[in-house]
Design a protein around this ligand. Structure first.
Ligand code: UDX
Length: 459
């Protein structure tokens, strides 16, 4: 069909991996496309669709469809990751094909399937229908590069016991401990190791490789990877109203898999002085053990700063008894919030974070310095960049048992909130905030890449 005959600039089907850290950036990317005149169908699993709070289509025109992962009624539950992924591959491929069939007969045909890199199989389904495929990385390009080298056998794992610094093109020298946990310790979670390395099984066949980062942030590694793939940086996929306070548009994230206490958070923040609050959150999946949770709690209690601590309902029992009441003068503990709204609030002076890629990019784009407490997966690598490359935070040192002790928590928060180093971090954070905004703004590096992607949807 000729471009001129269409009401839309093309039709994309956007398919995230079903977890919060993957849905957020891909949903936001879907909304950006829609905002620019592309018809977008967001596809979630049936279980996610049933359990999500908020609506992806509440603010902007997105169609919602579902496919099956084989766990429609009760979710993955106790199923192993391997069993879940196999089921998702099998049932997902079948139901995605049915969906494409249905969409081809009922509306504008799908031009491109944008699929989460964690699941390479949608590309095969798209190909059967003669549809283009764009893989979408929800991790940094640095992390993608490390996994890619492992996939190619260019970074040999397991690492030798006496492994010294690791040199990979486009990256600063990395200590073995800076590598993602699945690569550093293969026994840690073999199923996830297969997922992260499997991202590259058919990457050479994808029409596009999209990444939620921006060129200026990862210039060298982007240039390196772009030699092999049609890589385009499209981030930060953060609603523009957060990047520029003057914009009152409606691009909220829109889907939460957790029930939010956001109104209470914002009311509480409104009553705190500017820059006085440490916001503490470990994302949607990381689990601190009892001992670490206790150390963190006592560290927050010792700290001179106020704190807003997100403890997911599943983790709440680990918080020491009496802590919430005892610290209620200066602290608030909630089970979930709208993180962007919190990070954008002027009362927040630092972010104690697990360094998930979304949290990292969100804090960087909103100019908030970080205290990094990485837990697993790509978080150590992100922490390395936060501290040593972008210089917008510090990594909390842990002891020989791997725990960050209460006095360390207290000291690091005070260094960021009040110390000389903190001032430098704040200046750097504001610089990155400007660059992030510029990349996403009209004519910026990411915006141009998105326009290029759209311009090739319908040939
Ligand atoms: C996971 C991995 O852990 C992460 O390392 C990877 O890069 C992406 O997938 P998650 O652990 O959930 O994600 O962390 P993160 O990437 O930071 O994503 C969490 C998302 O939830 C962010 O977009 C954040 O804004 C949102 N969030 C978190 C809230 O909206 N409210 C909260 O209270 C906490």
């Amino acid at each position: 069909m000729e471009r001129g005959q269409r009401a839309y600039k093309g039709h994309c089907l956007v398919l995230p991996y079903p977890s919060q850290g993957h849905i957020n950036p891909m949903l936001q990317f879907a909304k950006l496309l829609s905002h620019k005149g592309v018809k977008v169908t967001l596809v979630t699993t049936r279980y996610i669709h049933k359990t999500m709070y908020g609506s992806a289509s509440s603010c902007i025109a997105l169609d919602l469809e579902t496919i099956s992962d084989g766990y429609d009624e009760a979710g993955r539950g106790e199923a192993s990751i391997d069993a879940y992924l196999e089921s998702f591959w099998k049932e997902g491929s079948k139901t995605l094909a049915e969906l494409l069939e249905k969409l081809s007969s009922s509306g504008p045909p799908v031009d491109c399937v944008v699929y989460d890199a964690f699941m390479p199989w949608p590309l095969d389904v798209a190909r059967k229908f003669g549809i283009a495929g764009a893989t979408f990385f929800t991790q940094s390009c640095a992390v993608a590069n490390i996994y890619y080298h492992v996939h190619k056998g260019l970074l040999k794992v397991p690492l030798a016991d006496d492994q010294s610094l690791i040199s990979l093109p486009g990256l600063p020298p990395l200590d073995p401990l800076d590598l993602p946990s699945f690569v550093y310790d293969l026994e840690y979670c073999p199923a996830f190791y297969r997922v992260v390395v499997g991202q590259f099984s058919n990457v050479d066949k994808a029409d596009w490789v999209l990444c939620n980062t921006f060129y200026e942030l990862e210039e060298q590694v982007v240039d390196w990877l772009a030699k092999f793939w049609p890589l385009r940086t499209v981030g930060p996929t953060i609603p523009s109203k957060y990047l520029d306070e003057r914009l009152e548009d409606d691009k909220e994230y829109g889907v939460n898999l957790f029930k939010s206490d956001n109104d209470a958070c914002i009311k509480w923040l409104n009553e705190r002085p500017k820059g006085s609050v440490a916001y503490v959150s470990f994302g949607s999946a990381a689990k601190l053990d009892d001992e670490q949770t206790k150390e963190l709690a006592w560290g927050l209690r010792r700290s001179k700063s106020n704190f807003l601590w997100v403890v997911r309902a599943s983790e709440a029992a680990k918080v020491p008894k009496g802590f919430v009441e005892e610290t209620s003068e200066k602290g608030l503990v909630v089970s979930w919030c709208s993180q962007l709204e919190v990070l954008a609030h002027e009362a927040v002076g630092c972010f104690v974070t697990h360094c998930g890629w979304n949290s990292t990019l969100e804090a960087l784009s909103l100019g908030v310095p970080m205290l990094a407490m990485p837990q697993w997966t790509d978080q150590r690598t992100n922490a390395k960049f936060i501290m040593d490359v972008w210089k917008i935070g510090i990594t909390a040192p842990s002891d020989e048992k791997g725990k960050v002790r209460e006095e360390v928590v207290e000291h690091c928060i005070s260094e960021i909130m009040e110390g000389e180093r903190g001032k430098e971090m704040k200046i750097n954070a504001l610089k990155w905030k400007e660059l992030a905004k510029k990349a996403a703004d009209e004519g910026g590096s990411s915006d141009k890449n998105i326009d290029e992607f759209i311009s090739k949807l319908v040939q």
